[in-house]
Design a protein. Structure first.
Length: 704
């Protein structure tokens, strides 16, 4: 769980706050079938456990306000993953609200059915939670163990009443005090234990994250109290931000119980999928023998790929001479300077650049400041692509696209020296004159920028650095339920992003959870792929079909479907048999639109690039963060009949799209006007064939 904001404390007891949470669940933007706390801040799902027919959802919760702080474990239960019952706080920050000595960060929970821990008595099965204890002050604990200021360590608690109340194991907590000796300096970023029973070895396994060094540590125990380091894994694939909230679980491939693979799923912040800002989730397929996780070779990526084949190079910083010689106008410390060959003295190795030279503003260490402004050019292609790394700061270390002096697109690094592709969709600015500006106005700690290979193309550049769980900006810290059969795995993600999580315009709560998702492994395009499908009790909340129509073809243009509602389940299918040159270039549906269409969220498919997309640039309130209005793309191939099949789930403040078999998903938040209940289909560049649209209204899961 990421520490992103200062603690906000209010003088209310947990009982008062829980009792006050009698929301009508009809506030503007309140999700109708996604889980939200009635009031206050929520982030990572924790302790997901199915036990005795009940799904337990614990979650990071601030009992004192609507921003991150006073981290505790909230608690809710459900029998169908749709209708939830709120319960009192399970683990409240010690000393809340005025003198906090311990916070309860992210973790997991298990049912210790064999009572290996010894916590059970009188035939009661203990539930055991393992979580990260965060200590804001140095102290000696009741166990006699000493912790440093801001230390993160792993502790346990147990429940003998099916999770309603919890007893912390203070006699020995934390049960894992420090990281292994080689990583002793990482005690500030040692967190998020994921615990499960490994039947072949008859041991409990805990997977932990060394967040900043991109490692998973695997521990083993016979009793949940005494833990031994078994192995470590990483770094691999996407490492642009910290690794958090790991999971490790088995799944059969294509339903074959004789071919079981293991999936490592972990959060990354920042450094999410290409084209997104902030948080994301990746997965790695491999094998686990009870001690070591070994990744499959086709699940590991080497990093930067070549630019698209149709690229027109604008600036690759090759050749000789200064920035001025290359046509750039420098300012500040960059006057008289030149592109460099890779790494500068005192800097970590820069990787992923193409050719021999790149922009690297680590010239006088992070003290270098200045700007580089390109010559003006006319936007003639759909995308501007470039490689970027370095500091993650939109105000001080960034690349801007400017038209008439106004910033219309921006990008920044991920606090990493590894360059990755960023792409701006500039189709709305075609034939306009623009400049690109590279800025470095900061002076310490990752405050430099690395840029290379700026090009124009009609194809988006992508860095294949990871298998992305979700290609949108709002699916993070996903956790998988314990207590289900081996072939059944259900995950829930935090439907928000650390880039703007504390700024979204909701009240009196902040953040929602994603739709619970069934996970499976299927062979898609010759590769074992994580596939997701929505898992809710749809029969209890799908109230009526409000639209159902098919067309042999839909002409170019838009077609209104009328007012269809604000919470929807949409099935959309259409043909991709015709080449893009003779058919449409894009087809899709606009949802949560106002009558004048000035607000709308477009969900569609690009036939030329074979990509699913969500466009939230006009989705409603986008004012709270400059990176929020954007278009998100994900690769999606047609099925063997040439059809594109989409399941679209719209709520009062979100859109989740499942493409194909569920191999591609995009999750986004939106904040539209409360009259935005209209929909329309659109086809651009020509007609689209074999179209079917079915729309069902979803009633509130909170009405019961």
């Amino acid at each position: 769980m990421a520490i992103m904001m200062k603690v906000l404390l209010l003088g209310l007891s947990a009982f008062q706050l829980v009792s006050a949470g009698n929301s009508s669940y009809t506030e503007l933007y309140r999700p109708q079938y996604h889980f939200t706390p009635s009031i206050n801040w929520m982030n990572d799902p924790n302790g997901l456990l199915y036990c005795k027919g009940i799904y337990h959802l614990f979650y990071q919760y601030n009992p004192g306000g609507t921003t991150w702080g006073a981290m505790s474990w909230g608690h809710a239960t459900s029998r169908d993953l749709t209708h939830w019952e709120h319960h009192p706080i399970a683990l409240e920050a010690r000393g809340f609200p005025n003198n906090i000595t311990e916070m309860f960060f992210s973790g997991s929970a298990v049912a210790d059915v064999d009572n290996t821990s010894g916590f059970g008595h009188n035939g009661k099965t203990p539930l055991v939670a393992m979580y990260t204890s965060y200590y804001p002050i140095a102290q000696t604990l009741p166990s006699g163990k000493k912790v440093q200021k801001d230390q993160q360590a792993q502790s346990i608690a147990y429940s003998l009443d099916d999770g309603m109340t919890w007893i912390t194991y203070d006699v020995a907590n934390p049960v894992i005090l420090d990281p292994p000796a080689p990583y002793s300096d990482q005690f500030l970023d040692f967190r998020d234990p994921n615990v499960f029973w490994h039947e072949p070895t008859k041991k409990w396994i805990a997977v932990l994250s060394l967040a900043k060094v991109h490692k998973l540590l695997i521990y083993a125990s016979k009793d949940l109290k005494n833990w031994t380091l078994a192995s470590e894994f990483g770094p691999v694939n996407a490492v642009g931000g910290v690794w958090e909230c790991p999971n490790l679980f088995p799944l059969p491939v294509d339903g074959n119980k004789n071919n079981v693979k293991w999936v490592a799923l972990l959060g990354l912040n920042p450094g999410g999928p290409p084209g997104t800002i902030g948080s994301g989730s990746q997965y790695i397929v491999g094998n686990f023998d009870g001690t070591t996780f070994t990744a499959d070779s086709d699940s590991i990526y080497s990093g930067t790929t070549a630019p698209p084949s149709d690229s027109i190079i604008f600036a690759d910083f090759e050749g000789t001479g200064t920035f001025t010689d290359l046509g750039w106008t420098p300012s500040g410390d960059l006057i008289g300077q030149s592109p460099v060959s890779g790494t500068l003295p005192g800097q970590q190795s820069v990787s992923g650049y193409l050719g021999k030279r790149l922009v690297n503003t680590f010239l006088d260490g992070d003290a270098t400041t200045g700007t580089l402004t390109s010559r003006s050019f006319t936007i003639s292609k759909r995308y501007i692509n470039f490689l970027i790394g370095g500091g993650h700061d939109f105000n001080n270390t960034a690349v801007y696209l400017k038209i008439d002096g106004e910033i219309v697109r921006s990008a920044t690094g991920t606090n990493s020296e590894t360059l990755s592709w960023q792409s701006w969709d500039v189709s709305s600015f075609l034939n306009q004159t623009a400049v690109i500006q590279i800025i470095d106005t900061a002076t310490s700690g990752w405050d430099h920028i690395n840029v290379d290979e700026i090009s124009f193309s009609d194809t988006m550049a992508r860095s294949q650095v990871a298998n992305w769980v979700d290609w949108g900006p709002d699916f993070y810290a996903a956790q998988v339920y314990n207590g289900l059969p081996i072939g059944e795995r259900v995950a829930i993600g935090w439907m928000n992003n650390w880039q703007y999580g504390g700024l979204i315009p909701t009240s009196p709560w902040r953040s929602a959870m994603s739709i619970p998702r069934d996970l499976s492994l299927k062979t898609v395009g010759g590769k074992v792929t994580l596939v997701q499908s929505p898992r809710e009790n749809w029969g209890s909340i799908v109230s009526r079909k409000c639209f159902d129509q098919s067309w042999s073809f839909v002409k170019e243009g838009t077609q209104s479907l009328g007012s269809v509602g604000m919470a929807l389940k949409i099935d959309l299918s259409f043909s991709d048999l015709e080449p893009a040159a003779s058919g449409s270039s894009q087809f899709g549906i606009a949802v949560r639109a106002t009558p004048d269409s000035k607000q709308q969220t477009r969900v569609g498919y690009d036939f030329a690039t074979k990509e699913l997309f969500i466009d939230r640039t006009q989705s409603g309130d986008i004012s709270f963060d400059g990176t929020f209005p954007d278009i998100y793309y994900a690769p999606l191939a047609a099925d063997d009949k040439g059809q594109i099949n989409l399941e679209i789930y719209v709520d009062w403040s979100s859109v989740e799209v499942f493409g194909g078999q569920g191999e591609t998903t995009i999750t986004t938040q939106i904040f539209p006007n409360d009259i935005a209940s209209y929909a329309q289909i659109f086809s651009t560049g020509g007609s689209t064939q074999n179209v079917r649209v079915s729309i069902n209204n979803i009633s509130s899961a909170w009405d019961d």
